[in-house]
Design a protein around this ligand. Structure first.
Ligand SMILES: [Zn+2]
Ligand SMILES: [Zn+2]
Length: 281
């Protein structure tokens, strides 16, 4: 019986986005505040996923061994370090979140049955790496507040109430929506980035957060005049809004996760969205 276990670890480290072959102005232009001397730091949180058969002792791997390997190979070296200098890999390719995840994979894979390395730079930015060359995933988490009403425009209040319950009440209600945008791309061998993070965040702000925040979705977003703004439909619409701008940044929109409340969330994968695009574009 196959099983995946996840071990958490953490380290605090500093880094700087600075390429010596570029001028100061070019570094600032490309990396913004991340280029500032002498660098800045993060409390990184690492999740190592391991897969295997459950053994006679009821374990995939002995977690105390895993803990020692992660300490010896990764956290003892990275904790309280300046990442750019601590591992030679980061002199070649800058220590972005996605590239740190990739290099941690390389360091751990001789010792552990890895299936995923997930690294949080902070709670709203993390990378996933699954051992596939330079391909990595970066997720940006953000939020907006909006009201909606779940009611099909062609149905009676009675029928809508039957389908949507309290969500069909005529004057609507609101949520603080949490949005996670996951992009897939190739790690640039010099900058360490799969996508320019500042431009990605700007695209999410321009296409989703700014138009959606503090609105009544049914009335303020033209798309929802006819389409009921359930979490599912909002997530599909967001994936359609972001797919092409993210492609223009050289990456691929991989997943949208919309968390409507602690009890209710929805995930849309773009490959599936493409299958359904005839209904949602
Ligand atoms: Zn940083
Ligand atoms: Zn609602």
């Amino acid at each position: 019986m196959q099983c995946i276990v996840v071990r958490r670890a953490q380290f605090a480290a500093s880094h700087r986005y600075w390429l010596p072959e570029l001028s100061a102005a070019e570094n600032i232009g490309q990396f913004g505040a991340g280029s500032q001397f002498p660098g800045h730091g993060h409390n990184y949180v690492l999740f190592i996923s391991l897969a295997g058969e459950i053994d006679e002792y009821g374990m995939v791997v002995n977690l105390s061994d895993v803990k020692q390997v992660i300490k010896g190979e990764v956290t003892n070296e990275l904790d309280f370090s300046y990442l750019n200098d601590v591992w030679t890999e980061f002199q070649q390719t800058l220590p972005t979140t996605e590239n740190i995840a990739r290099v941690i994979w390389q360091r751990l894979t001789p010792h552990l049955p890895l299936v995923r390395v997930q690294l949080f730079e902070h709670p709203e930015l993390w990378a996933d790496y699954m051992g596939n060359g330079m391909t990595a995933y970066l997720t940006v988490s953000t939020h907006f507040s909006a009201a909606h009403r779940l009611a099909h425009p062609n149905l009676s209040l009675e029928k809508n109430t039957e389908i949507y319950g309290k969500c069909a009440r005529v004057n609507g209600h609101g949520h603080n929506y949490h949005l996670e945008v996951t992009v897939q791309g190739e790690i640039n061998p010099r900058t360490g980035m799969i996508v320019d993070l500042l431009t990605l965040q700007q695209a999410i702000a321009d296409y989703v957060i700014e138009p959606f925040d503090h609105t009544f979705l049914n009335k303020d977003i033209a798309y929802f005049a006819e389409v009921v703004p359930t979490a599912e439909n909002i997530a599909f619409h967001i994936s359609n809004l972001l797919r092409s701008p993210i492609q223009q940044l050289g990456a691929k929109l991989y997943k949208i996760k919309l968390i409507e409340s602690p009890n209710n969330s929805c995930e849309v994968y773009t490959d599936e969205a493409e299958l359904n695009s005839v209904n949602y574009v």
